[in-house]
Design a protein around this ligand. Sequence first.
Ligand code: GTP
Ligand code: MG
Length: 399
Amino acid sequence: MLLKDYLQLNKISSKQFSRILKVSEISISRYINGNRIPNKRILRAIFKETNGFVSANDFLINDIKNIELNNKDKDDIRKLVREITLGSIKSLAKAITLVESSNLLDQKKSDFLISILPKKNNTIRIGISGVPGVGKSTFIESLGLYLLQENFKVAVLAVDPSSQKTGGSILGDKTRMERLSIKKNAYIRPSPSQGHLGGVTKSTRETINCAEAAGFDVVFVETMGVGQAETAVHSMVDIFLVLLLPSGGDDLQGIKKGIIELADLLVVNKADGSLLSTAKVTVNDYKNAISIINSARDSWKPKVEMCSSINHEGIANIWNRISGFIKERKKRKYFLENRINQNKNWMWDLVDQKIKNFIEKDIKNNQISYEIEKKLSNNKLNSINAANEILGIYLKNFK
Ligand SMILES: Nc1nc2c(ncn2[C@@H]2O[C@H](COP(=O)(O)OP(=O)(O)OP(=O)(O)O)[C@@H](O)[C@H]2O)c(=O)[nH]1
Ligand SMILES: [Mg+2]
């Protein structure tokens, strides 16, 4: 960790630390500000005195550590947070743009913003999944409109790994949720158009936090298709719904068993018109199927319901199921426990991301990596040994 953070955390003043290290106080402040790099002896002493928390690496590597927010940046963000908590949609949108940005300074701002954002545990986060066209957006709009009548504020976020390919998601989500999108107490945030899945889900947790701080008490996260996205969304919501199409066949519609295992509630949508009777059969098929499937949660057997999102039928019943589930989870203390566990996952995801960034930014383009690749090309190293050498560099820098 940075020396500055270490001292702050342990309530050690620069003066005290300068005495411990037997250097001047000015030197300490120069190390802290990045104006000077300590020499080898002092680096060793710092390492020893901080029990290894502050290493040479903290003074050398990683641009991200060297970017510090100035007081004006911090004041701007504090102001932004105040506006968000007062319910400003414009400020909310601004904050979300910040958390989605990959710019290093923006990332610092975003980290600061999230750290001072009021955290809410009285919200409900609902993950909605299902094959393309099953009616996720229509369902969210229908349930969202119902919730507005019940005096909730509703936010909708989309995690859509295909958005980059189709490019139509932003328009799609807004037009598909036309009626909801114009409501004062609803906020729809279309998918960020950032490449791969990691990029898309990277900021979803932060975005959920921002929306909640702005007073949205029900947050929908719509996802589709790719299994990885489903698992990611499952790890950030309180309840996970899988929408299904009415289908006469006894196969499970080609839906991966893993996704059904994640579901807290299965909803057969489009239970209307000529599809109504098929929908009823599908409900029974799934009721049978889930009795032999392991649920992802203790003591909860997923329920199967049906609805017609376009006709707004069965929606209130589904809300009863959702709120019943949440009540039950709270009663058994699983609700908060789950959020805490999700925060742990979030932490590990961040560790993972930061390691990946370090490899990408500081190792891949490094001369040493170039040498190792050269040895590999000349058959002087095999891939396994080469990978171990790269890991060696990484470990040396992160000890
Ligand atoms: N009959 C019927 N049609 C529906 C219902 N819900 C959605 N649809 C139709 O199904 C189509 C797809 O609906 P969307 O809500 O866009 O589906 P989606 O799952 O969000 O789709 P993607 O975001 O592309 O994955 C639209 O033409 C909807 O009008 C329903 O309850 N009944
Ligand atoms: Mg959709």
